[in-house]
Ligand binder design. Structure first.
Ligand SMILES: [Zn+2]
Length: 138
């Protein structure tokens, strides 16, 4: 349970860490800026502050993005755990039944001349008398 307490929600913790790192770095930079100001080098202090801000920002973004990635992976894992695959894939028995329904019994065709139902084992159309060899397969 201690491990759970220490490492649970690591994604959001990393995000908080990123914000904290940014805040602490900015505070540190501001102190450095004030010290440089006191020593009388204003321009130098401004440059240090700007460069420090950019680096702290980029660094925090990288950590924050990593935290967000961890959170997303965790969410995807949870979704996959909850997903019921059996409802997505019907049982094999049911599939074979639907396939059997899709195939018409004893090779039935439609006569191209009159449209009547003709079966493969008959030589001529039972309605109009057209030859079976001329009848196209539907
Ligand atoms: Zn016919």
């Amino acid at each position: 349970m201690l491990i759970d307490f220490l490492f649970k929600n690591s994604g959001s913790r990393i995000k908080h860490l990123a914000v904290a790192v940014f805040g602490v770095t900015m505070l540190f930079l501001f102190l450095v800026f004030i010290i440089i100001l006191i020593s009388g080098q204003f321009l130098y202090g401004i440059i240090i502050l700007c460069i420090g801000f950019i680096f702290a920002w980029i660094f925090s973004i990288v950590i924050y993005a990593f935290g967000e990635l961890c959170e997303s992976v965790f969410e995807i894992k949870e979704i996959l755990k909850k997903a019921d695959y059996s409802s997505m894939m019907p049982p094999k028995k049911r599939t074979s039944q639907t396939n059997a329904k899709a195939i018409p019994p004893s090779n039935a065709y439609n006569c191209p001349k009159c449209g009547a139902r003709v079966y493969g084992n008959e030589n001529f159309c039972t309605k109009c008398g057209a030859k079976i060899s001329q009848i196209s397969h539907f």
